[in-house]
Every structure is written in C-alpha cells, then in structure tokens.
Design a protein around this ligand. Sequence first.
Ligand code: ADP
Length: 277
Amino acid sequence: DAITIADLEKLAILGYGNGGTVYKVCHKATSATFALKIIRSNIDINTRRRALTEISILRRATDCPNVVRFHGCFEKPIGELAILMEYMDGGSLETALATHGKFSEEKLFLVARSILNGLAYLHAHNIVHRDIKPGNILVNTKGEVKIADFGVSKLMNHTFEMCYSYVGTNAYMSPERFNPDAYGGSYNGFAADIWSFGLTLFELFVGHFPFLEPGQRPNWATLVCGICFNDPPTMPETASPELRNFIACCLKKEPSERWSTTQLLNHPFMCKDFITC
Ligand code: ADP
C-alpha cells in the first residue's frame, strides 16, 4: 500500500539543505525508517523547481543500487513538498572524512567503484548530476555508497544539448563550466560530472580540497584562477600508479579528453586486486 504522510513519525533532523530539512522518520505500521526531505516550496519558484527536478530524476533512477532510493512524494496544501527516500545511516562522505580522516586506497576504490556505477547509470539515462561532491554521496552501515541530492540535475533531451542553464557555482565545478568560451562551448555536461568525481576522490585521499593547502581558507578568486589557469592537481606519490592515473583521467582540463564512465570502469584502477577487500 502507498505510504501517506500521516503514517510517518519524525524521529530526528538529519540535515539542512537548500530550502528544506531532511528528517529521519519511522513508518509507524512497520517500524521501517526512511529519510523525509521537506521543502517549503511556496516560498520561491527556484526552490520549488529544484524539488520537482529532484523528484523527477529520483523517479527515473529507482533501479540503480548506487542512487538513493525514492519511495514517494507528497504535497501539502500549505505549500510543502516532501520527498520520501531510503535512510542512509552512515551520513555523507563529507562527514565520514571529517570524522574518520583520509581514506585508504582500498576504501577509496570501493567508494570510487560505487559512485562510478551510479554515474554510469545516470549518464546512460541522459541524466547529468551537476553537483557531485563529498556532501552529496551518502553511505550506510551495509557498506553501500549512493549518489543523492538531484536538485540541480538535468535530463538531457538531446545528447549534445548544452548545459549552461545551471547558474550555481561551487568549487567542484569543471574548468569548462567556469569558463565555457575557452572550450569552444561544445560540451554537454557529462564530462563535468567526471571532473567533480575526480576532485571528490582526490579530496577523500589527501584529506583536503585539492586546490587548497591543508587548513587554507578558501578564497573564491584564487580558487577559480587555480581551476581555470593552472595545471590540474596531481595525486601524491603515496598513491599507487593506477590510482594516480585514474584521477588524472578524470581531471583532464579539456572536457573532450576526459574519460567517460565506460572508459573509467575499465581503467586498471577499477581492475586492481585489493587483498583487503
Ligand atoms: P539539499 O538538496 O537541499 O542540499 P541534501 O539532499 O543535500 O539537501 O540533504 C541535506 C543533508 O541531509 C545531507 O547532507 C545529509 O546529511 C542529509 N540527508 C539527505 N538525504 C539523506 C538520506 N536519504 N539519508 C540520510 N541522510 C540524508
């Protein structure tokens, strides 16, 4: 039977996002736990648009084991939209990094393979995520790793459709998104997800955002200059040659040279034998 909002009891706040709050909820009849994102969508049109985008994308991706599972949505007369999702009890990779510190190469391999599987699924379904970063990757104690937060994602109607409509900015954005004119404007957004994926893995391995020194406070202008005008960052020697090359394939500045999900799934790092896992 379909779950209604009256069947759910709020247990705790899991986090705050753009225009909404995410609660841990309990389905009273079965005691099953879920995450419920409540968005005050009557406040402004962009918040509502983000929520509707997230719902439409999550609906399309319910059979991917590396995308947070969608269980339904509700609209309240007072102008709230609520999205019921699977509850990820381990929180995000951003929290995991802050709590447990840098990831070992074995741990990074497992995380990378899961995110890549999720991205391969999304890209095969013409979905560009556009906001891949440690805070948007959730984990659970079963060891599953899943992509979340599809508020700024885009369904590409045409393979070569351009992807400039997203006006947000964040540090994980690729050079061609900061500076489209320098790249001939002929990119379609899939490669931008790969850049953000590469930076995410880099950060998890070294413990800090790649373009900044440890503890350095982000200065937006310096950061953007670094991304657009410097060579891409290179992984430290402590990483295996396979991992270093894998990250280099994700962080090619020229989007047409950056590897696709299909290529990366066949990269030697993805085929490496880790004794511990
Ligand atoms: P927004 O899209 O508004 O930025 P997010 O989807 O990123 O919101 O959610 C905000 C925070 O809530 C996340 O960083 C995470 O800590 C928590 N959260 C979101 N979805 C879940 C979930 N399914 N399970 C557990 N925690 C979640």
